[in-house]
Design a protein around this ligand. Structure first.
Ligand code: IPE
Ligand code: IPE
Ligand code: MG
Length: 275
């Protein structure tokens, strides 16, 4: 296994110990999705401009990506720019595009060395040429890596994703290749931009907002939610561990009864009532 040195700083023994304790304590989520929110408010609280918040946010991306890879998370999906974010002042949008390009230039080689595969979901055709080029190069460079898939949701929205899936399926029907009665939820999942990826187990939102903001609407059906007041630029690995600890304590029932314990207690209560 390759050593992970994304931050160019060696992992401390204390951090290794924390990760081992977390792995021993329970299941590590296979797929974590994060709504990285609060960059602007973080900057404001420091008396700085919004773009400064976005820049420090990239350090959080690096730290969280590195720690997810070390923990054995297989998929990390980061909401970096929503369809609605195009509606922000053009100065901020341009700043974000430039930051994306410079971050990719700086990090692509490190991602590759660390066996991390880069992917994107969203309307890539809306991005400036230079962004698309950097993204395509980084995706190409890292395409065979297997340790972790880092997927950036860029110009993404859940409604866009579902709309595109519906269009593709409608075309199959129109061409006479699909009986509409055969459309089921698996088929819809298979036509979303996330078709090759399992649904997120854990979704984290930073900055304390209790909303999904048009993220993976279909895919989040049974994801566990973790919301923290921490702004994204301050969200680092220790808080990720906190989120995973919380996840490990959840009872994921998927609408059913989980353990035989539950079943036993349900049937005894049910029958006691009847008799
Ligand atoms: C999240 O931080 C980053 C993007 C949406 C691009 P914000 O820029 O939304 O920061 P706040 O929510 O205004 O503090
Ligand atoms: C969600 O944050 C989008 C991203 C993190 C990329 P926003 O700041 O755009 O969402 P709202 O406006 O608070 O819902
Ligand atoms: Mg925000």
């Amino acid at each position: 296994m390759k050593e992970l040195t994304l931050t160019n700083s060696l992992q401390t023994d204390k951090d290794k110990q924390k990760q081992e304790t977390l792995k021993d304590a329970g299941e590590i989520p296979l797929h974590i999705a994060i709504i990285m929110d609060g960059n602007g408010r973080w900057a404001k609280s420091k008396g700085s401009i919004r773009l400064h918040g976005h820049k420090v946010g990239v350090d959080s991306v690096r730290d969280i990506t590195e720690s997810c890879a070390q923990l054995g998370v297989k998929y990390l999906t980061l909401y970096a720019f929503s369809t609605e974010n195009w509606g922000r002042p053009s100065k901020e949008v341009r700043g974000l595009m430039k930051l994306l390009v410079s971050s990719l230039r700086k990090e692509a080689e490190n991602l590759n060395k660390n066996d991390i595969r880069l992917a994107t979901i969203g309307q890539m055709d809306r991005f400036p040429k230079e962004c698309k080029k950097e993204l395509q190069e980084a995706i190409e460079l890292t395409r065979d890596n297997e340790r972790l898939e880092l997927c950036l949701a860029l110009s993404y929205s859940g409604r866009w994703d579902i709309t595109e899936a519906v269009k593709k399926i409608a075309h199959h029907v129109k061409d006479g290749r699909l009986d509409p009665d055969l459309i089921n939820d698996q088929m819809i999942s298979d036509h979303l931009s996330t078709a090759s990826v399992p649904d997120p187990d854990l979704i984290i939102r930073t900055s304390g907002e209790y909303r999904i903001s048009n993220f993976l609407l279909w895919q989040l059906a049974y994801s566990e939610l973790y919301i923290t007041k921490t702004y994204w630029p301050d969200f680092r690995r220790d808080e990720l561990y906190e989120a995973i600890r919380s996840y490990q304590q959840r009872d994921r029932r998927f609408g059913k009864l989980n353990s035989t314990e539950d079943e036993k207690s349900f049937s005894s209560r049910f029958f006691n009532k009847k008799s």
